[in-house]
Ligand binder design. Structure first.
Ligand code: ACO
Length: 324
């Protein structure tokens, strides 16, 4: 049977680093109080990369895609599918995937976006895997890219300290060797209100609330529960024990969520890839960014088992188990 194999990865962070102290100083000028200590204790976040005004999701995604193709040794003309996960697309349409398709010159590729907020990359990866397994694609570029800084209410300290900008990408190729072993996607739209950006442009006007809003504690509890459950589902489907997972790469929202999930799954914290301290929460970009960091620094090795997990707005959640 046909499998999809992960043959390359790449990522891109905007160059501007904003430390907690920088952010606290900036908020203080507008009478909003926060501190490095509060942010580190509650979230584990120490800094985030923030895109300059005008830098778009497609620009970050294009750079990540180019790096992933170079890593895989794949020419853009070989790519026959591009799936981009984003909740901060450049435009209503065309899709961010089409913009990236043009930028990299992938003239033989179909291109579209999927939107599942912080679970977006897992949705995109599972979609591309399904195309490959069905024989409808042979070489797919899967990208998570976001400029969340542009939908944050910078006067809401409960949310604006949590997010950053960035992009990550992987190349999947059809293979007769097992790669992506199993995956599971979930949704519960009845929980939409605990995490949403419910604004829209209609008839030339902004309607609703364009900023991200979140009930932090509700999200926290739900996230820990569903990440634990879905990891078990996906392992079971692949016939693999959770204890045999070499690396757990959950969506990077909060170090306390990551620790709680590892504890529930009885996985030592050394097997969890953590980048939230450096990148903060980059939504759909967080999982491929963390995967790329850990592949490039030599932690993730060929043959190892990696569990990727997402959870976020919608509410959505999912996981994929990958043999590298
Ligand atoms: N600096 C200082 N004080 C703050 C800040 C801040 N940046 N933000 C909130 N506070 C205050 C609150 O106003 C509150 O003050 P009060 O007691 O006087 O009312 C106090 O800190 C405690 O606020 P809580 O919201 O109860 O703090 P909590 O311990 O729940 O931490 C947090 C908040 C970090 C958001 C936590 O709930 C959390 O991590 N939730 C998970 C949500 C998450 O990670 N979301 C990311 C997006 S979702 C996703 O990607 C899946």
């Amino acid at each position: 049977s046909i499998w999809s194999k992960l043959v390359g990865s790449g990522s891109c962070l905007p160059p501007r680093v904003v430390s907690n102290d920088d952010l606290a100083a900036d908020l203080a000028t507008r009478g909003i109080e926060t501190s490095d200590q509060w942010i580190v204790e509650r979230t584990g976040i120490r800094q985030r990369h923030i895109a300059e005004r005008g830098v778009t999701t497609s620009q970050l995604g294009t750079e990540a895609a180019k790096r992933a193709l170079a890593d895989a040794g794949v020419d853009a003309s070989e790519v026959d599918l591009i799936v981009v996960a984003t909740s901060t697309p450049d435009f209503v349409f065309p899709s961010t995937a089409c913009l990236i398709q043009a930028n990299i010159g992938a003239t033989n590729a179909a291109a579209f976006d999927v939107q599942a907020v912080c679970t977006g990359f897992i949705y995109a990866l599972t979609t591309a895997d399904s195309f490959i397994r069905a024989g409808r694609a042979r070489c797919a570029l899967v990208i998570g890219a976001e400029v969340f800084s542009r939908i944050l209410d910078w006067s809401d300290r409960g949310t604006c300290v949590l997010f950053g900008d960035g992009a990550g990408a992987v190349v999947l190729k059809a293979s007769d060797e097992p790669g992506l072993l199993s995956a599971k996607l979930h949704s519960d739209g009845s929980q939409m209100k605990i995490l949403c950006a419910a604004g829209n442009v209609a008839y030339g006007e902004v309607t609703g609330d364009p900023f991200l809003r979140m009930e932090g504690q509700a999200v926290f509890k739900l996230a820990v529960n569903v990440l634990d459950k879905v990891a078990r589902e996906v392992s079971e489907e692949a016939g693999i024990s959770v204890a045999d997972i070499d690396w757990l790469i959950p969506h990077q929202a909060n170090v306390r969520i990551l620790n709680a999930v590892a504890r529930k799954l009885d996985l030592p914290s050394e097997r969890v890839v953590v980048t939230v301290d450096q990148h903060a929460n980059t939504s759909a970009a967080s999982v491929p960014l963390a995967l790329d960091v850990a592949r490039r620094d030599g932690r993730i090795k060929p043959g190892q088992l990696v569990m990727l997990q997402g959870v976020g707005g919608g509410f959505t959640w999912g996981a994929a188990l990958v043999r590298m």
